[in-house]
Design a protein around this ligand. Structure first.
Ligand code: ADP
Ligand code: DP6
Ligand code: CO
Length: 325
């Protein structure tokens, strides 16, 4: 085989990953849980490089610089070592999600790249095994090897193989998200830098691992029971606790923008009006509203009073990565 193309979907954490216990291996401080989304994805083509002795990388039609190439090369080296095939490749990737805006482009990106590497280098890894490789491109990518609701287990000690993802529910029921695009620009502080700064300086971070463990223990049975309000309440609270630890870093920082607060307030008003919906936010200003998919249009209409409809995207649950060609 000379070329392969994979599509992988982004995922949004309901119980967040925020902090590494081992930076080199991307081993997280806590386990986390997410919903994979079907409207946001990355497509990555991998081919043997006949033009150059080095790896080359194009993202959204733009030839990438040495720093960006270095990141994907280091990732691909894991597959070169596994397979014993030490050939340079060309990576051509397209994001159907804003890059570095807090909409999890790094998750779909490294899940797509890991899946394409597995095919081109014929390493034959299962999705569970592949999730431990995707993890070393970006932590959140671990969970994009699966669809539906997926848990990323934090694992044991420094054992890379023990920190993998597993789908716990296909989410083939009435659940989805409305994504409110507040700002699609690249963030100033990457997730990686933001979480390191929080761990190192936030006095609240010591409370984070325990509260995440409690949230996970409570949300898993709620997902099994399809208890939507409980899932939403736990997810919203978990996101707020993560942002509270970030705000308490020194120097203080936040990913929020004024319109993020506007969106949170609309969610609260909708709830008061009897429409169940809950918000979550990641390392960026964009707000994701967890809702019944059957009520997403109605919720979108309420948001249209403040946000133009091109900034509002309804998405259902996504699936595992798949081969396009
Ligand atoms: P996000 O919120 O989008 O996940 P991050 O700061 O976590 O933001 O990650 C953004 C980084 O992920 C980019 O700077 C780039 O290094 C990497 N990335 C994004 N898309 C791709 C892609 N398609 N292929 C390879 N790397 C990518
Ligand atoms: C807030 O996975 O983007 O979205 O592992 O350093 O690449 P790196 O960071 P990344 O962080 C995601 C943080 C989050 C929460 C989550 O997705 O669980
Ligand atoms: Co990311």
């Amino acid at each position: 085989m000379d070329t392969t193309t994979y599509r992988a979907y982004t995922n949004i954490a309901l119980i967040k990953y925020w902090g590494k216990r081992n930076k080199e291996l991307f081993l997280p401080v806590t386990s986390s849980l997410s919903l994979t989304l079907d409207q946001f994805y990355t497509e990555t083509t991998l081919e043997w490089n006949s033009q150059s002795n080095e790896d080359t990388f194009t993202l959204d039609g733009q030839i990438q610089d040495i720093n960006a190439i270095e990141k994907v090369s280091r990732f691909i080296n894991m597959f070169r070592d596994l397979s014993g095939i030490h050939r340079p490749v060309h990576v051509n990737s397209t994001n159907h999600v804003p890059t570095a805006a807090g909409l999890a482009s790094s998750a779909s990106a490294f899940a797509a790249l890991a899946s394409a590497c597995n095919d081109l280098f014929e390493t034959n890894l299962s999705n569970k095994e592949l999730s431990t490789y995707a993890r070393r491109g970006s932590g959140s990518a671990t969970r994009s090897l699966f669809g539906g609701f997926t848990v990323w287990h934090k694992g044991i000690g420094n054992e890379s193989d023990s920190s993998f993802a597993e789908m716990i529910d296909e989410a083939d029921w009435d659940i989805g998200m409305l994504v409110v695009m507040i700002n699609k620009e690249q963030k100033k502080i990457s997730s990686r830098v933001g979480m390191e700064h929080t761990i190192e300086t936030s006095p609240f971070y010591k409370l984070w691992p325990e509260t995440v463990a409690e949230d996970l223990e409570a949300i898993i049975p709620a997902i099994e029971n399809r208890d939507f309000p409980t899932i939403g309440q736990i997810a919203e609270h978990n996101a707020m606790k993560m942002h509270a630890t970030i705000i308490a870093a020194d120097p203080s920082m936040t990913y929020w923008e004024p319109e993020s607060l506007t969106a949170m307030n609309i969610v609260r008003e909708l709830r008061e009006a009897g429409i169940p919906c809950y918000f979550t936010m990641d390392a960026g200003p964009n707000v994701k509203v967890l809702c019944r998919l059957s009520q997403a249009e109605e919720i979108k209409k309420a948001f249209e009073k403040h946000f133009s409809s091109d900034r509002l995207v309804i998405t259902g649950p996504g699936k595992a990565p798949h081969k396009i060609s």
